[in-house]
Ligand binder design. Structure first.
Ligand code: HDD
Length: 703
């Protein structure tokens, strides 16, 4: 029996005024009807029905002539581009760099010529090992890539939040990355270094030991991108107007100080909010709390390089800040989120070889290899040599060249001339004065596959890093190593790692071995050269020693219930505002609570979706019934127990006692538990929070 086709009810805008709208890249075409844009195909044809394919009867076979359907599905089928082979998961923001003072005495780089000059910037933070959809709090290095759109071309500082690297020669990069990525036969683990392949490679690669100390420290589980340092890692060169060279290392220092989470917290954050770092940056920028970093430089000459204990071209070594004090030369402010994640954050192409005149490379073999790899990878990922035509990658200064054609060419040379020299008198020419020049370094050396002997000490700086940590941080390193190695199935790998640790610090090696159930300590690993004696501790290497001066930019989660003390909450909010901290309410139900004085208080979280791991400190402002009721809920008990176990400061109204009891926390256990007995006590609580954590509690909670 023939079926009656149902005519779909739809709104078709009447077109009064056809205006052609062009996006930045000229790629968007929309016809407009008054204020209502009419849906069109990519060719610009208005669409009448976007709900049903064109078919014969209903139901019936679809017609190949349905060009709208074909175009829509064709485009959808091709939406994905290859994710970055490393640093796939990332998040970016726009901002600017402001130069503090002229550095004309050391570099002719235009960005450093004029005090107060503002240069547009785009920054992408990332994890290294995980896929694009992996969780933010993986234990991993964080990428810190900065693109500065200078008046003399784009300058990319493609750095990490760790100042050293796993390997000394770029030829080993595929190996270290293969080893950390999911194992090829089974396709797991995702975004984790805790598996045999990684530790197998590492334990066979002693040059990675310094980096391993950093990656096993809390640096690898940062609380926020906003509270991380960034490092250019390699030694670069500044060149002045006469092409005289000064060596330079680049460091980014966050204005809000350093902060990390603890591992037990990281694991829970990944479940509660896998986008924790993204959301944090988004919220901060959208609410006008623009994160800021100072760019610092460590400047030194060849004499220093010759006299320093280690080779300045070895990317597994750093120059302690106590030896060369970083000099602040400008600030980076992130103040705008991209309009579109894919167009900007995904398509941005960072390349170490993007340097403007006045900045040059050193012979660091890792940097030399990177300069090849970053251009190559963009062709694979973005699909065309014209990736510089994408607005996020295009320079913002005038540019002129004869590169033409290729896939997706958006701009080609205009006119007859597409070569030079030419006799038409057209087109751009080189400028030996303004143009990029390299440092004229005389090199007289054999062509060979060599590793400098000066790169051979793999343990001294690893030990220096370890000894520069507070006792708390040292403990976290031991716990991280134990956890990671406990996930290795092969005992040989575990023992081989312990043999390296014994060279870094005997007590560390013994503690890890004990937890791993290794009864007889292995012989310390053979070192290529005997490690130096103890190097002086460098306090700059500790996170705890370099925390914030205030609680600004941090977040307090307040567990509230119906009938709670509204005045106390108001006082807490006022004190937090004064400090520059954020308060979010966590309530038993979506929608919020009503305080004792009858006011409705909207909450940002329901208790099951707002665990205490999402906050830097917590408060419990409850009525007696509220506390009784919440004491029966696992999520509320965990809220308190976790905040306590993670050494957070906890403020509470007297009525909260039953919840404490059921959570197994004594309300007078230590000074990190702050009773709120009036509005004055609120100020004391906020002041305590400046320390971020009560580390003294850690021994008691046995994290
Ligand atoms: Fe790399 C991406 C940082 C060594 C090859 N790298 C990439 C990103 C960062 C770094 C932050 C992400 C950029 C973005 O957000 O788009 N990489 C580093 C640092 C290194 C380092 C600090 C050592 C000091 N990298 C390194 C080596 C090689 C690469 C030795 C290859 C020989 N890196 C790449 C790459 C990536 C990349 C494959 C992937 C996506 C991309 O470049 O654009 O080319």
């Amino acid at each position: 029996m023939a079926r009656q086709a149902t005519e779909t009810k739809r709104t078709t805008a009447k077109i009064h005024d056809q205006t052609l709208l062009r996006g930045d890249g000229g790629e968007l075409h929309q016809t407009r009807a008054g204020d209502v844009a009419v849906l069109t195909t990519a060719q610009g044809a208005p669409v009448a029905d976007d709900q049903n394919t064109l078919r014969v009867g209903a139901p019936g076979p679809s017609l190949i002539e349905d060009f709208h359907f074909r175009e829509k599905i064709f485009h959808f089928d091709h939406e994905r581009i290859p994710e970055r082979v490393v640093h796939a998961r990332g998040y970016g923001a726009h901002g600017y760099f402001e130069t503090y003072e002229s550095l004309a005495d050391v570099t002719r780089a235009d960005i450093f010529q004029r005090a107060g000059e503002k240069t547009p910037a785009f920054v992408r933070f990332s994890t290294v090992a995980g896929s694009e959809g992996s969780a933010d709090l993986a234990r991993d290095v964080r990428g810190f890539a900065v693109k500065l759109y200078t008046r003399e071309g784009n300058w990319d500082i493609v750095g990490n939040n760790i100042p050293v690297f796993f390997i000394q020669d770029a030829i080993k990069f595929p190996d270290v990355i293969h080893s950390v990525k999911p194992e090829p036969d089974r396709g797991f683990p995702q975004a984790q270094s805790a598996h045999d392949n990684f530790w197998d490679f590492i334990s066979l690669t002693p040059e990675s030991m310094h980096m391993i100390m950093w990656v096993m420290s809390d640096r690898a589980i940062p609380r926020s991108f906003r509270f991380m340092e960034g490092f250019g890692v390699h030694t670069f060169r500044f060149l002045d107007a006469r092409d005289e060279s000064t060596f330079v290392k680049f460091l980014w220092k966050p204005k809000l100080g350093l902060q990390s989470v603890v591992w037990n917290e990281a694991v829970k954050i990944n479940g509660a909010d896998p986008d924790f770092h993204r959301r944090d940056l988004w919220n901060a920028i959208q609410s006008g709390n623009f994160p800021e970093w100072e760019l610092c430089v460590q400047l030194f000459d060849q004499d220093f390089a010759d006299s320093f204990d280690f080779d300045v071209l070895d990317p597994t070594k750093l120059i302690p800040e106590e030896i060369i004090k970083p000099r602040p030369v400008g600030r980076l402010v992130l103040d705008r989120m991209p309009d579109n994640f894919f167009a900007e954050t995904e398509q941005v192409a960072f390349m170490t070889q993007n340097v403007p005149p006045g900045i040059d490379f050193s012979n660091d073999p890792l940097l030399q290899g990177r300069n090849f790899s970053y251009l190559d990878t963009q062709l694979k990922r973005l699909g065309s040599p014209n990736f510089t035509h994408i607005p996020i990658n295009a320079p913002k200064c005038p540019f002129a060249h004869f590169q033409q054609d290729g896939h997706m060419a958006m701009r080609n040379p205009v006119g007859r001339t597409n070569y030079q020299p030419n006799s038409h008198g057209e087109g751009p020419r080189e400028d030996p004065v303004r143009g990029t020049r390299s440092f004229r370094e005389p090199i007289d050396a054999p062509k060979a596959r060599l590793r400098p002997e000066s790169f051979a000490d793999h343990y001294s700086q690893a030990r220096q890093f370890f000894l520069s940590q507070t006792v708390t941080e040292q403990k976290h390193i031991a716990m991280a190593l134990t956890f990671e190695l406990s996930k290795c199935e092969n005992p040989v790998i575990r023992e081989r790692m312990v043999a390296h640790l014994l060279n870094i610090d005997e007590a560390l090696g013994a503690a890890v071995a004990d937890k791993l159930g290794i009864e007889k300590l292995p012989k310390p690993a053979d070192a290529a050269v005997p490690p130096r004696g103890d190097l002086p501790a460098s306090p700059a290497l500790s996170i705890i020693e370099n925390g914030p001066e205030s609680f600004a930019g941090r977040k307090i989660g307040v567990l509230v219930s119906n009938g709670c003390d509204g005045r106390l909450l108001k006082a807490l909010q006022a004190a937090a505002d004064k400090e520059g901290a954020i308060v979010e309410l966590v309530a038993p139900k979506v929608g919020g609570v009503t305080s004792a004085d009858g006011k409705h208080l909207p909450a940002q979280h329901m208790i099951d979706g707002g665990p205490s791991v999402l906050f830097d400190a917590v408060a419990l402002v409850l009525s007696a019934e509220g506390a009784e009721m919440l004491a029966k809920e696992a999520a509320a008990r965990d809220f308190v127990a976790d905040a306590f176990a993670h050494c957070k400061f906890i403020a509470f109204s007297a009525e909260a006692a039953p919840l404490f009891e059921k959570a197994g926390v004594a309300p007078d256990a230590d000074e990190g538990l702050v009773p709120l007995d009036g509005t004055a006590s609120v100020t004391g609580f906020i002041e305590s929070c400046r320390k971020l954590r009560l580390w003294a509690r850690e021994a008691a909670v046995k994290l």
